[in-house]
Write a protein that binds this ligand. Structure first.
Ligand code: F6R
Length: 613
């Protein structure tokens, strides 16, 4: 989704803004622009396409000044075009606004402003904002800040804003309602940004703005106020991310770096949740054992990849805790009439903590008086702030648009949570819990084993990448793995892919299978009947001459005899095999995308953090 950067300080704002925007590229965008104060008023440049286009526009027509605001736009209202890109200006060209979110009542505001003589250049909802501010000033608002507050009191919907006035030197305004925005504090410099990685190398502390707040940034500091103009004291948080975390560290893409980070991320998440005696310990869970004993039901809601983690969480929680667990997509949950009672624990799962549908579902659950526990990666995000309890995934910034390390960290968070709840409810004996912890501890090394064999996976991807479609099959704990493998493939390689529960194949997708169809079968070995059932499904594919690519446990001859190509993973317990298997599928998608020549870190049309519904 759109990205915002703003800068107040002694430096020329233009290169600072461009660098910040570059670090926000991963969020997804189709046009970009900046505005700065110059001795002659506001100066701005905009362009369609990548930031290099904006840089070319700046090279052709230089711009310098400070302070400034910048924006990458992911089109919602109006096609990607220079006119629709931000910043948007008022009729006098003295007020510039960058915006992330949607002004829902923009048409009514636009009509009213139009009736008073305002004319609009773009198709966007955003453009009403500078005109509203202009109108407030024309109608007697005593200063820019008051005009901004009065304008925002009329806007409905969601926004994160950066605002620059030609007549107010050295000042940037920021405002937030429902869309993420942070204020960064450096040495005599102040920033706004959609997220911390964009400005991490310049700042020491962060202020997480709340909804309905305005921040005024000047060289003297930052003041936060509400829409009534009352000053709000805000805690400043030290920056928890190392600047290198937002770098590629020698990898060709962020996605590949993040795939390779998984053993370290999972090892560290495990270590921070195990006691000296190897018992699961979740310090901030915030619910007593008594609470879990009386609990009747868990409802897990999320979107996209996080929804696949939710499905895994459901299977594991049912398996280890005896609780009734349901899942839903955020975009569905919020529009059905969910029957959840106050003795249901609502679990929201989100990497960013800003996904609009997940947040709206969480708010609905709160209205129904449910307790809310969130599994989230981003400290200070909206989800975190609105939850009763947080299980952080501690994966560090995920910059590649396609989620990888955040997903496996979500799976591990569910594993830890399930063991904790299973113990609290008396469903897991000490011995069983200890065996589970031991099996979990083997996961990082098992992932390492898969990563070391990346060349073999690349060879398979090179062979199969050019077909129009691929089918992914898995069962039970690895049914979500099949869905996630297919999602990764379509997201970054643009090859159509379907994930299916293998047992469901003969109810429809079997019609697709012919001698050209790659079928990726997750059939790692288990001690029970699921493996045998999976083998039967693989035989059904073989009988129809499908091209079987199997994910199998090292040494499994049965699968080797059936498959055209095979990716081996080390033996791992069935419950935790999805954490390892999915890494092989991430690599398969990665190399297919590479062979197809796509822009892997920034796949077309996708946004990292979906802050509009
Ligand atoms: C896929 C992907 C998306 C996100 C989804 C939810 O690779 O990244 O499907 O999982 O948009 O995002 P979060 O987890 O931030 O709520």
């Amino acid at each position: 989704m759109c990205g915002i950067v703003g800068y107040v300080g002694e430096r020329d704002a233009v290169p600072v803004l461009l660098e910040g925007l570059r670090r926000l590229e991963y969020r997804g965008y189709d046009s970009a622009g900046i505005a700065v104060q110059t001795p002659d008023g506001l100066g701005w440049r905009k362009s369609v396409g990548r930031l290099t286009e904006l840089e070319q526009a700046l090279a052709a027509n230089e711009l310098h000044g400070r302070p400034g605001i910048g924006h990458t736009r992911w089109a919602t209202h109006g096609e990607p075009s220079t006119t629709n890109s931000h910043p948007h200006l008022d009729g006098t060209g003295r007020i510039a606004v960058v915006h992330n979110g949607i002004i829902e009542n923009y048409q009514a505001l636009r009509d009213a402003l139009g009736a008073c003589g305002h004319t609009f250049q773009s198709d966007t909802d955003t453009e009403v904002l500078p005109h509203l501010i202009e109108a407030e000033l024309a109608q007697g608002a005593p200063d820019s800040e008051t005009a901004l507050r009065q304008a925002l009191q009329q806007a409905r919907g969601a926004y994160a804003l950066g605002v620059l006035f030609a007549d107010q030197p050295d000042t940037v305004y920021a405002a937030r309602l429902g869309s993420p925005l942070i204020v960064g504090i450096g040495d005599g410099e102040y920033f706004i940004a959609s997220d911390v990685p964009a400005i991490v190398k310049h700042i020491r502390e962060v202020i997480y703005l709340n909804d309905g707040e305005i921040a005024v940034l000047t060289p003297d500091g930052v003041t936060v106020k509400n829409l009534e103009g009352e000053v709000i004291e805000h805690k400043r948080h030290p920056v928890a991310i190392a600047p290198e975390a937002a770098e590629r560290a020698g990898f060709e893409t962020f996605m590949l770096k993040e795939i390779h980070e998984q053993p370290r991320v999972l090892r560290s998440l495990l270590e921070s949740h195990l006691t000296d005696t190897d018992r699961v310990h979740i310090p901030d869970i915030g619910f007593s054992d008594d609470y879990f004993q009386l609990l009747r039901r868990i409802m897990i809601v999320s979107c996209g990849t996080a929804y696949h983690a939710a499905m895994y969480g459901k299977f594991l929680l049912e398996h280890l805790t005896g609780l009734a667990v349901e899942t839903d997509l955020g975009s569905e949950f919020r529009y059905r009439s969910p029957r959840i009672e106050r003795d249901t624990l609502f679990v929201a799962v989100s990497q960013s903590g800003e996904t609009a549908d997940t947040l709206a579902s969480l708010r609905l659950a709160r209205e129904m008086k449910c307790k809310v526990c969130s599994i989230c990666n981003v400290v200070g995000s909206s989800l975190v702030r609105e939850s009763d309890s947080i299980l952080y995934t501690e994966a560090g910034p995920e910059i590649g648009v396609a989620s990888t390390k955040a997903y496996t960290a979500q799976l591990l968070a569910f594993a830890l949570f399930s063991i904790h709840v299973g113990r609290a409810r008396g469903e897991l004996s000490d011995a069983r819990a200890a065996a589970l912890v031991k099996a979990l501890a083997a996961v990082p090394d098992a992932i390492h084993y898969v990563l070391e064999r990346a060349d073999r996976i690349r060879a398979i991807a090179d062979k199969h990448h050019d077909g129009p479609s691929a089918l992914y099959l898995g069962r039970r704990f690895n049914y979500p793995t099949a869905l996630e493998g297919a999602l990764k493939n379509k997201e970054i390689s643009y090859q159509h892919a379907e994930g299916y529960a293998a047992g469901e194949m003969k109810h429809g997708p079997i019609a697709l299978i012919n001698e050209y169809m790659p079928v990726i079968c997750v059939c790692t070995q288990t001690d029970d009947e699921v493996y045998d059932k999976m083998i039967s499904n693989v035989r059904e594919v073989e009988a129809r001459h499908g091209r079987i690519i199997a994910l199998a446990t090292d040494g499994d001859r049965q699968v080797a005899d059936l498959a055209e190509d095979i990716i081996y993973v080390p033996p791992i317990s069935e419950e935790f095999s999805p954490l390892v298997n999915v890494v092989a599928l991430q690599l398969l998608a990665y190399y297919a995308a590479q062979a197809r020549g796509t822009d892997i870190d920034k796949p077309r049309n996708l946004a990292k953090s979906v802050t509009v519904e």
